[in-house]
Design a protein around this ligand. Sequence first.
Ligand code: DAT
Ligand code: MG
Length: 139
Amino acid sequence: MTTNRTFTMIKPDAVANGHIGNILAMITNAGFKIVSLKLTQLTVADAQAFYEVHAERPFYGELVNFMSSGPIVAAILEKENAVADFRTLIGATNPADAAEGTIRKKYATSMGENAVHGSDSDENAAIEGAFHFSGREQF
Ligand code: DAT
Ligand code: MG
């Protein structure tokens, strides 16, 4: 079943560099509707839990430190084929490989500090959205 929803975070690098407005504009201009939105900050424990799937990877500690280092914007987005279309909009994990016109091509600075998160499946989109937003906060 597809929910037509995905989950995103504008990561601490992009928030610190003043790109919230431009990134939200790229998202809405690409046809995504914002159904939940907040500025928040992950604790170390939050970041460990959110990225649990990467716990055995060598970059896990660096990732957790970075993701808890400053404010983020969390959002749930709605569009037909949301998960796949949003992955296309953000571009490859490594900005050096990201296509022209993608958010990471424009705003990511490195593989680790790559400006935005995008869910990789409908199932994870639902889990990640619920991690950040209560039912009352999902419109
Ligand atoms: P994505 O965010 O494109 O889904 P992922 O799920 O494989 O990528 O990894 C999650 C995040 O971890 C990624 O956005 C940045 C960081 N990361 C991934 N691979 C990395 C690496 N080789 N070195 C440093 N950070 C990495
Ligand atoms: Mg991922």
